[in-house]
Design a protein around this ligand. Structure first.
Ligand SMILES: NC(=O)N[C@@H](CC(=O)O)C(=O)O
Ligand SMILES: [Zn+2]
Ligand SMILES: [Zn+2]
Length: 428
């Protein structure tokens, strides 16, 4: 089954130029067959109207919540949300119930994804059994079952000696370790960064809980030769530490979320758990340091840390509500509108950081549109401005602080291996 996409403009990832062209994809092989005009006939033609064709986005940090927390999200609802956001590959975190700490549980998530017709779901498995921070899981078995990385996300591994052992074993099997950097003896049960904590009368989560843990793990990764990936960087000293480590040749990649790039604690307008996320929204100086680190490549990739929770859970008081913000359906429009259109970064560079670099970091295919490569493509409308309305999300989670924001760049069409996984029937 061959499908032709006409009327789009292809972004050239070498020079950033946009060129009108047609693309022929094959659903059977899952590959791009041809790019240009006068292409061979197809079984189906999809007509676009000037949308920009980009390689499907890749998110290394998503919470799909299944099994165990299906009231927050399911693999199916999360994957549909991802497709609507222009994503063709997502790595899902293991803090489910039960946590993904065995080969059978990793295999189960892959089978559930297949049964749900969810494309491009890549499980991340636990560093420690039950994410309890006491006993390492079997990395070789987890890798063979299809895990693409290891993480105890939601929690930091408190025991440095155990973490050192984890890096040694992960290096042996060739899996990256993605860390949720949080020293609990510093973080305690802190809710907000100091400024917002004082303003709203809740406990403080100090930034050193993050940066101290990052320092420890950079040193351990350097000594063990392991591949370290740092989740949701949010504070200035963390950016400086990662910059330093990269100069020393440590094998480290780092991600930053759209909320930490676009919001600081000053954006917290009321005592509303919609702003409660881990790590917390930080100071304006931290936000600017993260932006600078993102622009200079210290922070390699955008990851959403899409963390859906139910309306009931997020309606609890600040101290009791769960941490988390959804982001997979809004990340590209928000960053296109507030970073590209404002002149901070080029469209090409944003796409590199949302597709090409994430693919490289976790060894996934994709990240470019080329003949013979995977037909993982999204077509975004850079002209039409829309208002972010959580009620229209495919995700079950509506917990976003960006409701009501205006943005351009929403995806109109997403293909995974040549199959249509999202098409916006509303527009035009
Ligand atoms: N980021 C969050 O605030 N919450 C995440 C856990 C995590 O990413 O640490 C979640 O699972 O809800
Ligand atoms: Zn985390
Ligand atoms: Zn997370």
């Amino acid at each position: 089954m061959k499908r032709k996409i006409t009327g789009g403009r292809l972004l050239d990832l070498t020079d950033g130029s946009l060129t009108e062209t047609e693309i022929l994809v094959d659903e059977d092989s899952g590959l791009v067959v041809a790019i240009g005009f006068d292409l061979p006939a197809a079984d189906e033609t999809i007509e676009l109207h000037g949308e920009v064709l980009l390689p499907g986005f890749i998110d290394l940090h998503v919470h799909l919540r299944e099994p165990g927390f299906e009231h927050k999200e399911t693999i199916q609802s999360g994957a549909r949300a991802a497709a609507a956001g222009g994503f063709t590959k997502i790595a899902c975190m293991p803090n489910t119930n039960p946590p993904l700490d065995s080969a059978a549980k990793v295999q189960d998530v892959r089978e559930r994804a297949q049964a749900a017709g969810a494309a491009g779901v890549f499980p991340i498995a636990c560093i420690t059994e039950g994410q309890a921070g006491k006993t390492l899981t079997d990395y070789q078995a987890l890798k063979e079952a299809g895990a693409i990385a290891l993480s105890d996300d939601g929690k930091g591994v408190q025991d440095g000696g155990l973490m050192r052992e984890a890096f040694i074993r992960a290096a042996e099997v060739g899996l990256p370790i993605a860390i949720h950097a949080e020293d609990e003896s510093i973080a305690r049960d802190g809710v907000f960064n100091p400024g917002a904590a004082a303003k709203y009368g809740v406990s403080v989560q100090h930034g050193e809980s993050e940066s101290a843990m990052i320092a420890r793990d950079l040193l351990l990764a350097e000594q063990t030769g392991a591949k370290l990936h740092i989740c949701h960087v949010s504070v200035e000293p963390a950016v400086a530490l990662i910059r330093w480590a990269k100069q020393r040749g440590v094998r480290v990649t780092a991600e930053v979320t759209p909320h930490h790039l676009l919001l600081s604690e000053d954006a917290i307008e009321r005592a509303d758990p919609v702003y409660k996320v881990n790590p917390p929204l930080r100071s304006e100086a931290d936000r600017l340091a993260c932006l600078e680190g993102f622009l200079d490549g210290t922070l390699d990739v955008i990851a959403t840390d899409h963390a859906p929770h139910s309306a009931e859970e997020k309606a609890k008081p600040l101290s009791a509500a769960p941490f988390g913000i959804v982001g997979i359906e809004t990340v590209f429009p928000l960053l296109y509108t507030y970073l590209v259109e404002t002149g901070h970064i080029s469209l090409r560079d944003l796409v590199l950081r949302m597709s090409t670099r994430p693919a490289e970091a976790f060894g996934l295919t994709g990240g470019s549109i080329r003949v013979g490569g995977p037909a993982d493509i999204t077509a975004v409308d850079l002209d039409t401005e829309r208002t972010i309305d959580p009620e229209k999300f495919y995700s079950k989670g509506r917990n976003t602080p960006f409701a009501g924001w205006q943005a351009k760049g929403f995806s109109q069409l997403t293909l995974f291996e040549g199959k249509v996984i999202y098409k916006n029937e509303e527009v035009r």
